[in-house]
Ligand binder design. Structure first.
Ligand code: FES
Ligand code: FES
Length: 152
C-alpha cells in the first residue's frame, strides 16, 4: 500500500506517494533522477550508495524511504555551493583519488560526515573510519591523502 512521504533532498522538499518499503537509493535514482548515488552490492556491504540523512551517513540501499520521512538528505549533487566544489571534492581531484569513480560519491559523503564530526581526525583514524567503503580500483592511498588534505 502506498504512503505519502515528505522529505528533503539537497535543500528541496519532496512529497512522494510510494511503497514505504522502497529503498532510499531507488527513490533517489529512479524517482528524483539523482544518479550520482551509486548501486553497488545492494546489501549494505560496499557503501557506494552512502548519503547523509540529517548529517549522518547511511547506506541508502538498506534504508527504506519511510525511515527518512521528514529528514534532510544530502547527496553528492548537493555538495557544491555557489558553483564551488566542496573542499573534499577539490581534494579528491587534487589527489586523483578515483579511477572508475563508482565508489567516489559514497567516499566523499562519508568523509564529509567524519570531518564535520571531527576536523582534527588523525590519518589513522581516517583509515579506520573509512574501512566500510570498498574501492574496487584500489585507490585507497589517494583517498586517504585527499581526506588528510582537508583534515586540520
Ligand atoms: S550498494 Fe549500498 S552498501 Fe553496497
Ligand atoms: S575508483 Fe573505482 S571503485 Fe573506487
Amino acid at each position: 500500500m502506498e504512503k505519502t512521504i515528505t522529505f528533503s533532498v539537497n535543500g528541496q522538499t519532496h512529497e512522494i506517494s510510494t511503497d514505504p518499503e522502497r529503498s532510499l537509493l531507488e527513490v533517489l535514482r529512479e524517482d528524483l533522477h539523482l544518479t550520482g548515488t551509486k548501486y553497488g552490492c545492494g546489501e549494505g556491504q560496499c557503501r557506494a550508495c552512502t548519503v547523509l540523512a540529517d548529517g549522518k551517513s547511511v547506506a541508502s540501499c538498506m534504508t527504506s524511504i519511510s525511515e527518512v520521512e521528514k529528514q534532510s538528505i544530502l547527496t553528492i549533487e548537493g555538495l557544491a555551493r555557489g558553483g564551488q566544489l566542496h573542499p573534499i571534492q577539490q581534494a579528491f581531484l587534487a589527489e586523483g583519488a578515483f579511477q572508475c569513480g563508482y565508489c567516489t560519491a559514497g567516499m566523499i559523503l562519508q568523509a564529509v560526515e567524519l570531518l564535520n564530526d571531527d576536523p582534527k581526525l588523525a590519518k589513522t583514524d581516517i583509515a579506520a573510519r573509512m574501512q566500510r567503503h570498498i574501492c574496487r580500483c584500489g585507490t585507497y592511498p589517494q583517498i586517504l591523502k585527499a581526506i588528510q588534505r582537508v583534515a586540520v
